[in-house]
Design a protein around this ligand. Structure first.
Ligand code: GLC
Length: 733
């Protein structure tokens, strides 16, 4: 519809119709739906005269037929026939569930990440979705926070590349509307949600402006530059003002400084929560402050519905409502909904879901996202070895992670057993559960039945323990699957203690006692504290939550059919006391490594090392890569570096190249060493390539607390990190 037509439609709307457009409800309130809900479905107190078919949007109905019938009712039961927006928590896959974002980021294969996003968009589109609530772009440096799993991790550069890849994969070229097989991205949670004090969910966030501009806002900014069409607000207070009511954040920064003119949706009940935050005296003030802060959709409360009819008697508020509604109508128009309200729903359910290509992409992403943290030669497994696979993840399909359950199905998952049977003769494999993944099914609410059906009965612990030792005794090598179960991370899953359950530690020790080579395969949504058990493993492969093709991808890595290449996207601490701990730290005036002060008076602990257990960027491979700089020049726009990389091993293998910078002294102290470039490289055995790394000067710019840009002159050392080897070149700016 052209803008003039849209304007005419807008002019026809009554106040009631305009307010209805700003309401977003979980679809369970409008249609019969049995999807997980992240908050109470208490009686919302919506006005009794609200026509639910007039609201602007519903979310988390992922059923083709239900959405089609709902849109028909919207068009038949509303005078203005404004199509409803269908959104959903599709975070890392619709039905083809990929590895969690914290895993994907470590692949440094941003083309593959974009391809996975394209598949996710297509599957979502073919199920009638218009918008998906991802990518999550909250920078995270505290593994106590359960939602690190949804984030691309601790590193600014990595998160920016991830943001661009996913938004572009979802939206395609949306300059003339969102193309077929694509959906609009809704990045979240704006802003700083990943830095809650003490890692406690929904807790206070307090960051200096320079930290916001140089780090925490960067990934969102990259997504805005990639034209994300929606942004979701955050639950947290940011520097004393709740993000959802924060005019400085949402207007001065998001809309004016970053130029965002898309739709801002609140997080679940976040408008109403301005009252318990102590920011609004009542819901009326909450409605006014959220609207003044530029929040267009009120998700899952009746605050806008109940309070705006009176508030809009003030012309200023009426104008703000018009602004919000106009953005919502423009979004619907950009999605082509006025021409085709059945976008994605007008096609018969084709076989374009869970295609072979989608699954193959998922296998590749598992292989490129799993991090080989340690290898004393126990991996890859050898074909003649008898292998005891111990632990519930040997056969479990609950490998998708917390957020997959909105549209994913564990039944689609391939177990590690099925994957291994593709690569290893059955007579060489034995499986033993070893311990119960869940100690009880109580407290799982609506999820209980599904989990119990999938995971099976809880068995006697001692029996499982003995069976595991018996299997180990008869094997040449033991593979132990261990870590978290999927409800231990995700929203509402902050932990103060990050060690393993005692039952797992006991089993690891007992398996070590058998004297057989011990390979650990770690399933988790966050970095854990493994300091006590790490020395007991001969090899350690981190697979995070690998998604539906985890069984195939992990089996390929364990048997050497593919070689690990990923790097850690988030630091693994030695103890919780070190948190926050991350790679791009500042020097301090008394760095432990080089201070002239006595041993005592330097930046250190008296009871713990400064070093993490596994640092950001850690990642081994089965091949041997070596790299060195060739040339480096500084141009008007960029630093251009040529380098050579060689695969000195006997296998074709991938590697994720990292380029770090140690920069010149600056008016705002910069990290000692930070990532500024990367490349995903595949080389045949003994193959050597010459490659170019182009680092825009914009990557070297930093901001002061007033938000002014600076570029420090002086010497910059660029570090080429390939397969654990490093080479250095210093250039002057
Ligand atoms: C949740 C999450 C948000 C999600 C929304 C809708 O509480 O914070 O990420 O998109 O509510 O489910």
């Amino acid at each position: 519809m052209d803008t003039k037509e849209l304007r005419k439609l807008f002019e026809r709307l009554t106040i009631r119709e305009k307010i209805a457009q700003t309401i977003q409800l979980n679809g369970s309130l409008v249609v019969e739906n049995d999807v997980m809900n992240t908050g109470p479905m208490q009686e919302l107190g919506l006005p009794s005269d609200l026509n639910l078919y007039e609201i602007g949007s519903i979310y988390n109905v992922n059923d083709f037929e239900k959405l089609k019938r709902l849109q028909e009712q919207v068009l038949n039961k509303t005078p203005q026939q404004i199509p409803m927006l269908f959104m959903s928590d599709v975070i890392y896959g619709f039905r083809t569930i990929f590895p969690i974002p914290l895993a994907q980021a470590g692949s440094y294969d941003f083309d593959l990440i974009r391809k996975a996003a394209e598949i996710t968009a297509k599957e979502s589109y073919l199920n009638g979705l218009h918008i998906i609530f991802s990518p999550v772009l909250d920078l995270v440096r505290d593994p106590r926070w359960g939602r690190v799993m949804e984030s691309p991790g601790e590193d600014v550069y990595t998160a920016k590349q991830f943001a661009k890849s996913v938004v572009t994969g979802y939206q395609g070229d949306c300059s003339k509307g969102v193309p077929e097989n694509h959906v609009a991205a809704c990045i979240k949670h704006f802003a700083g949600y990943g830095a809650p004090e003490a890692g406690r969910e929904y807790n206070t966030v307090d960051l200096s402006n320079q930290r916001l501009f140089n780090e925490y806002l960067q990934p969102y900014q990259a997504a805005l530059e990639a034209q994300t069409m929606l942004v979701m607000t955050a639950f947290n207070v940011l520097n004393g003002v709740p993000a959802t009511g924060n005019k400085w954040l949402n207007r001065a920064i998001l809309r004016e400084r970053f130029g965002f003119d898309g739709v801002l949706v609140s997080d679940y009940a976040a408008v109403k929560e301005l009252v318990p935050h102590g920011f609004a005296a009542d819901e009326k003030e909450a409605a006014q402050k959220a609207l003044e802060a530029g929040v267009d959709f009120d998700m899952m409360t009746s605050v806008y519905a109940k309070q705006l009819p009176e508030l809009v008697n003030d012309p200023k508020i009426a104008a703000l409502l018009d602004e919000a509604v106009w953005r919502i109508l423009e979004l619907k128009n950009h999605l082509g909904l006025f021409e085709n309200p059945y976008r994605g729903l007008d096609l018969p359910q084709t076989g374009e879901i869970l295609t072979e290509e989608a699954k193959a992409t998922a296998v590749k992403l598992v292989e490129k996202s799993s991090v080989l943290l340690k290898n004393n030669g126990a991996l890859p497994l050898q074909s003649e070895q008898k292998v005891a696979v111990i632990g519930p993840y040997g056969e479990s399909r609950l490998t998708l992670g917390f957020w997959a359950s909105v549209s994913g199905k564990p039944q689609d998952a391939i177990s590690l057993k099925e994957g291994l049977l593709n690569n290893v003769a059955a007579e060489k494999l034995t499986f033993a559960r070893g311990y119960n993944l869940f100690d009880s099914y109580d407290g799982f609410g609506p999820l209980k039945q599904g989990i119990e059906r999938l995971n099976g009965p809880i068995e006697p612990a001692e029996q499982l323990f003995e069976e595991a030792l018996t299997a180990a005794a008869a094997a040449d090598v033991v593979v132990l699957t261990f870590g978290e179960q999927f409800l231990e991370s995700g929203e509402g899953a902050s932990k103060a203690k990050l060690g393993l359950p005692e039952k797992q530690v006991r089993l690891i020790r007992a398996l070590k006692e058998t004297g057989k080579p011990l390979v650990g395969v770690l399933y988790t949504g966050r970095p854990l504290v493994l300091t006590e058990v790490e020395p007991l493993f001969d090899s350690l492969l981190l697979v995070w939550y690998p998604g539906i093709m985890g069984g195939i991808g992990v089996a390929n890595l364990l048997t050497g059919k593919s070689s690990p290449s990923a790097r850690l996207s988030m630091t693994f601490p030695r103890s919780e006391g070190q948190i926050p701990i991350y790679g791009a730290q500042l020097s301090t005036g008394r760095p432990l490594a080089s201070s002239s002060h006595s041993d005592r008076f330097v930046s250190k602990y008296i009871d713990e090392s400064n070093e993490p257990l596994f640092k950001f960027g850690t990642g081994l491979t089965y091949a041997e890569f070596e790299g060195r700089w060739l040339t480096g020049v500084v141009t008007e726009q960029a630093v251009e570096l040529d380098y050579r990389v060689k695969n000195q091993g006997a296998l074709t293998a991938d590697t994720a190249v990292h380029v770090y910078v140690k920069q010149a002294p600056a008016a705002i102290v910069r990290p000692v060493k930070r990532l500024v470039a990367s490349a995903a490289v595949t080389l045949e055995a003994q193959e050597e390539k010459q490659l170019k790394s182009q680092i825009p000067l914009a990557e070297l710019i930093f901001y002061d607390n007033e938000g002014n840009q600076h570029l420090a002159t002086g010497d910059y050392q660029f570090i080429l990190d390939i397969g654990g080897t490093e080479d250095f070149i210093t250039l002057s700016l």
